[in-house]
Design a protein around this ligand. Structure first.
Ligand code: SF4
Length: 336
């Protein structure tokens, strides 16, 4: 379901703009529809009051918890069932973050990603994205939402922008704490600056070599890494937030001295942070993660050469930490 359909439904029940905002605010913040203080009849027209219980049921149905998997690092991976029975993953991160999914499956087909293996199944509607946040907020405080779960947000731009707008206006998430993560699509650089809520940007780089990038991200737009960084830099300067570059470290593939030189060439002096994440093992894929020592050495080298670099673990390592793995396990046939 899209948020604009939800708004139409509220208007059909007699909601005026302030009522609409109120219902959406309480829903997205997972607050009771009476606000915890006054009863709905203090605020809302009778038809809307009468329609609220059914509406609430439908909203709850948009994202239901199928299973929860706490990790040792303080994260919690949630397998979330949508109204049609499809499943996506959300991850509660330590310190109030939440990673949400924007598609069921993904068409980009990154060769190291479980989600990329099943292709695109369907888009996740804007209301389903917000419903992931509302569901997560029934478990913990959420202050930051990153669009780094299943799917490529640029391939579902209208829904993602609509969800970002709602979360950044009535959803009580700071604009800078909404992070749009993409492999880099020219439409992103046109659309993001036009929104009234401008999210922070994360760009999945993974290599500085155009040919290798085409192999690792086979259906990402053929945009040269230099062009990607130039576009990211314009957005960072315009919004005042640094771009986060994402780099999945694959042993023997993108962890060599040539790539370190390439990163320094691209990012030195840029308003940027490099996030290096050692590859998370996926059954059936031949990639390997470099040792933690090697990864730390790469991060230190980049730092010394003027590129702000953070080395991160994929959240929930001990509980099927890579995106798409929980869903894949849930779909797998039971062993005989
Ligand atoms: Fe899609 Fe992201 Fe997986 Fe690539 S890493 S296939 S963009 S979900």
């Amino acid at each position: 379901m899209r948020i604009d359909i939800l708004r139409q439904r509220l208007r059909a029940l007699g909601a005026r703009p302030q009522h609409e905002q109120r219902v959406l605010r309480l829903w997205s913040q997972a607050l009771p529809q009476d606000g915890g203080r006054r009863r709905p009849e203090d605020f809302l027209p009778a038809a809307l009051r009468a329609g609220l219980p059914q509406l609430q049921l439908d909203l709850d149905n948009l994202a239901r918890l199928r299973s929860a998997h706490p990790g040792e690092d303080g994260s919690e991976r949630l397998l979330v069932e949508l109204a049609d029975g499809q499943t996506v993953e959300s991850v509660l991160l330590p310190r109030g973050g939440l990673c949400v999914s924007s598609q069921v499956g993904c068409a980009v087909g990154c060769v190291f990603c479980m989600t990329g293996r099943e292709g695109l199944i369907r888009q996740v509607g804007s209301a389903e994205i917000v419903a992931q946040v509302a569901l997560a907020r029934t478990r913990r405080v959420v202050k930051k939402v990153v669009f780094m779960g299943m799917g490529e947000p640029a391939h579902n731009l209208d829904n993602v922008m609509e969800a970002i707008d709602l979360l950044g206006t009535v959803g009580n998430i700071g604009h800078k704490s909404l992070v749009f993560s993409t492999v880099g699509d020219p439409r992103v650089f046109e659309r993001l600056p036009q929104g009234r809520v401008k999210p922070a940007l994360a760009l999945s780089l993974h290599t500085t070599k155009p040919q290798l990038r085409a192999r690792l991200l086979p259906r990402a737009p053929r945009i040269d890494p230099q062009e990607l960084v130039d576009a990211g830099e314009r957005y960072a300067r315009a919004t005042g937030y640094p771009v986060q570059y994402q780099w999945t470290l694959l042993a023997g593939i993108n962890d060599g001295a040539d790539e370190i030189d390439g990163i320094v060439r691209l990012l030195k002096g840029k308003y940027a942070v490099m996030n290096m994440i050692p590859y998370n093992h996926v059954d059936g894929l031949a990639f390997e993660r470099p040792t933690w020592e090697r990864a730390a050495e790469i991060a230190r080298t980049l730092h010394r050469q003027g590129v702000l670099t953070k080395l991160r673990q994929s959240a929930g390592q001990d509980v099927e930490g890579g995106c798409g793995q929980l869903r894949a396990r849930a779909l797998a046939p039971e062993p005989p």
